[in-house]
Design a protein around this ligand. Structure first.
Ligand SMILES: Cc1cc2nc3c(=O)[nH]c(=O)nc-3n(C[C@H](O)[C@H](O)[C@H](O)COP(=O)(O)OP(=O)(O)OC[C@H]3O[C@@H](n4cnc5c(N)ncnc54)[C@H](O)[C@@H]3O)c2cc1C
Length: 507
């Protein structure tokens, strides 16, 4: 391939930094100052909220039963469940879906975030069916590419094929055996409070490397920052004799947000406001005042209840009167920056496994966008779109603030992919990068059993949805679980009853 050809590859930078605001601009390298322009996005409002600006809140000009703040899958689900009420849904981005948002290239869908769900996540699996989306089975185990070699079924028969010395392969097998023997149910709380790295001691370094690649992609954290319970559970699942029950659609779980928006918009277009950034939620005795910025205008609505479906690092800055302990709990939830790079090829490059792990590269793994439809009768793959996950460390967040450094991340992902295996050195027709500054919360020790229960405690008229209310891991399923619980709590209050305390609904 000539350098010229490579120069012509089209790089598209999309997505939101401000949606994940507040971003700490001090993380920016000196040469990027003054404040960069980010892709048509307006960071002003969120940064002003972060910086403690006191907005002059106008008096209420409208009334509703309930406001839902945040139009990700959790907020959309809440709106779906509240159709019989007079709701108003406010979303700061110009589109719906948050982290579960799909995009298309010439009619072919690809994920910019959330990829798949499992059948054992009933809240999402059954809800998908309810909204008319039949989940399509993945029927594949995760593979790994190491030293150019593709190893299918990594944690089952793949362990015998890892291109490592025999002692290292034996180390992988011993590790698996010992982890599978752990009683997670009875030791749940204890295991939630210790780091997974404790369990990796004494094994070959390659085992830790594998998990330090897997964890950031799935739950935002390397083994030192991962609650052991979650990772042990995970290996017990992916290492078992049964093929994991993964399901998805082309473009991943963004298909669910898309469907929800398609159901709701024709009926409630006037009560679903995109491009509307909430800046203040002020609870009073009889009502809550919610102020949002739309265009250049600040508007206030008075409502009987509010569901906050925004991530907690934003929520705690917007909701006034949060008890200190609850605000502190929200503050303890950490989030990683997480760009997703889609390599769009106009010829088949890789279709061998759905999710393939690639330790030692600038991306952790990649999925095949149309995997679940590729064998359907009459289907012809027009584009082979590979979605590469490139989770970053918290301290590197600033790199996503400028288009130049974001494009560099995409170029590095392409460079590593083209060296990954024989046959991967192919030019894509387009490289698409979607950036999110605070995409995935980290499943740190103690988060699930100590921090999240406090963070989701209802206030008198303010209730907390969003996946980061639930845990142990950021999933679409838990966004839906959180929405169901918050809706139940809100409906109870709308019926004139006192606020429920921890009314949790199983998911
Ligand atoms: C790269 C990636 C891969 C993932 N893969 C999977 C997967 O395979 N399976 C899985 O189950 N989960 C996966 N997840 C996690 C999953 O995407 C999330 O858990 C889920 O989408 C969260 O939905 P949510 O509605 O709770 O939150 P969000 O998606 O964060 O939605 C919050 C919404 O609030 C909006 N908002 C923020 N501030 C304001 C404001 N001030 N005013 C108004 N609106 C505001 C945001 O723009 C956003 O739309 C992945 C996540 C990422 C980032």
């Amino acid at each position: 391939m000539s350098t010229n050809r490579r120069d012509f590859i089209k790089y598209v930078v999309a997505g939101s930094i401000a949606a994940r605001c507040p971003v700490d601009l001090s993380l920016l390298a000196a040469e990027t100052a003054p404040r960069p322009e980010v892709d048509g996005e307006d960071n002003r409002i969120c940064h002003q909220v972060r910086d403690g600006k006191i907005f002059t809140l106008p008096p209420a000009t409208a009334r509703h039963d309930i406001v839902i703040v945040g139009g990700g899958v959790s907020g959309l689900t809440a709106a779906y469940l509240l159709q019989s009420h007079d709701f108003l849904l406010l979303e700061k981005e110009p589109h719906w879906g948050g982290n579960a948002y799909l995009m298309e290239h010439d009619g072919s869908a690809f994920a910019t975030g959330s990829a798949f769900l499992t059948k054992s996540e009933p809240a999402a699996f059954n809800f998908a069916k309810e909204i008319g989306l039949e989940p399509l089975p993945v029927q594949d185990r995760d593979a790994t590419i190491i030293q150019g070699e593709w190893i299918p079924n990594t944690w089952t028969d793949g362990l015998d094929r890892l291109p490592y010395p025999p002692t290292v392969r034996e180390g992988f097998k011993k590790f698996k055996k010992e982890i599978l023997a752990i009683d997670v149910v009875n030791r749940g709380k204890e295991l939630d409070n210790v780091p997974f790295s404790n369990f990796l001691k004494g094994y070959p370094v390659e085992v830790k490397q594998w998990w330090d690649n897997y964890g950031p992609s799935n739950w935002g954290a390397t083994s030192e920052n991962t609650a052991a319970r979650l990772a042990i559970d995970e290996l017990q699942d992916i290492g078992s004799d049964t093929v994991p029950d993964f399901y998805t659609w082309p473009g991943g779980l963004g298909a669910m947000s898309k469907r929800l928006a398609e159901i709701l918009l024709p009926k409630f277009a006037d009560r679903m406001q995109a491009g509307a950034t909430t800046v203040a939620v002020v609870p009073g005795k009889k009502e809550v005042q919610v102020t949002y910025m739309q265009g250049a205008e600040l508007k206030t609505v008075a409502v009987k209840a509010v569901i906050m479906a925004t991530p907690k690092f934003i929520t705690r800055r917007i909701v006034q009167g949060l008890p200190e302990k609850q605000s502190d709990a929200m503050h303890q939830i950490r989030y990683i920056p997480y760009p997703v790079v889609n390599l769009i090829f106009d010829k088949p490059v890789f279709n061998k496994s759905y999710d393939t792990w690639c330790p030692g590269n600038t991306f952790t793994d990649f999925i095949v966008a149309d995997w679940v439809v590729r064998n359907q009768p009459g289907y012809q793959q027009k584009y082979n779109i590979l979605t590469c996950y490139a989770p970053m460390k918290e301290e590197d967040r600033g790199y996503l603030l400028t288009e130049g450094s974001t494009r560099k991340i995409a170029a590095n992902v392409l460079r590593d992919f083209q060296k990954l295996f024989p046959g991967s050195n192919v030019d894509p027709v387009e490289v698409h990068i979607y950036r999110r500054g605070h995409a995935l919360y980290m499943s740190t020790p103690g988060l699930y059993t100590t921090i999240q229960p406090l963070a989701r405690e209802p206030m008198d008229r303010v209730f907390f949805a969003n996946t980061d209310s639930e845990g142990p891991e950021s999933t679409t399923n838990k966004g839906i679980v959180a929405a169901r619980r918050a809706v139940k709590e809100a409906e109870h209050r709308l019926a004139g009853k006192p606020a429920l305390k921890h009314a949790g609904v199983a998911g």
